[in-house]
Design a protein around this ligand. Structure first.
Ligand code: TMP
Length: 214
């Protein structure tokens, strides 16, 4: 894939991993830590809470039927709103905020790549800018599925065989971006929560140019 020409967005950080990898917990910690430091920021996620993202969630829950290719398009439509809509990622970055997103286009390359093959998700996501930093939460599927199985609700992707494919697909997608200008930090997300947090805090602290933990 042609990644080297894709621009990166300064101060834009993305957290990625299979379901149950712990990105949402770490996003909350980042929100608190950045706020304590007085660093202007936005923590956000995909699918978004916007109408586009709500439709995606309905498909994920099985409440609305859609072809995998339609879902791939819905994710990219939601991403477009997320980036370019009012109060979105670009607007916040433009005024100098740090923006941290729980999932971004890499999720589409991985998840929709499994369901639709690689071409369509690549095409739909080729024009989106890359983050400055991608933090990848890696952990064995046994551990992530044990976490997912404790949840009250599961979405259409939260099954062992799919998650095994997703973990392998993340490796392939990360390898494709190895030479891109985006910095990639890999974390062992099976470590205790505090140790994962320490690594996240260092990576984000490096980017914002200040320690973010007292
Ligand atoms: P979440 O559980 O992290 O909120 O994410 C919702 C699900 O949507 C998760 O299984 C990953 C999946 N997903 C995709 O399939 N493609 C995408 O582009 C995104 C952002 C998420």
């Amino acid at each position: 894939m042609e990644n080297t020409m894709t621009p990166t967005l300064k101060r834009f950080i993305v957290l990625e991993g299979v379901d149950g990898a712990g990105t949402t917990t770490q996003l909350r910690r980042l929100d608190e830590a950045l706020a304590r430091r007085g660093i202007a920021h936005l923590v956000t996620c995909e699918p978004t809470p916007l109408p586009t993202g709500r439709l995606v969630r309905q498909v994920l829950k099985g409440e609305v039927d859609a072809r995998p290719e339609t879902l791939a398009r819905l994710f990219s439509a939601d991403r477009h709103e997320h980036l370019y809509g009012p109060g979105g990622v670009l607007e916040c970055l433009g005024r100098g905020d740090v923006v941290v997103s729980d999932r971004y286009l890499f999720s589409s390359l991985v998840y929709q790549g499994i369901d639709c093959g690689p071409e369509l998700p690549r095409l739909l996501n080729a024009a989106f800018p890359l983050p400055e930093l991608l933090i990848y939460f890696d952990l064995p599927v046994e551990v992530s599925m044990a976490r997912v199985e404790r949840r009250a609700e599961r979405d259409i992707f939260e099954h062992r065989t799919f998650q095994e494919k997703a973990r392998a697909a993340y490796e392939a997608v990360l390898a494709e971006y190895a030479d891109s200008p985006m910095r990639i930090v890999r974390l062992d997300a099976s470590l205790p929560l505090e140790e994962v947090w320490a690594r996240v805090a260092v990576a984000v602290g490096d980017l914002v140019g200040a320690g973010i933990v007292e």
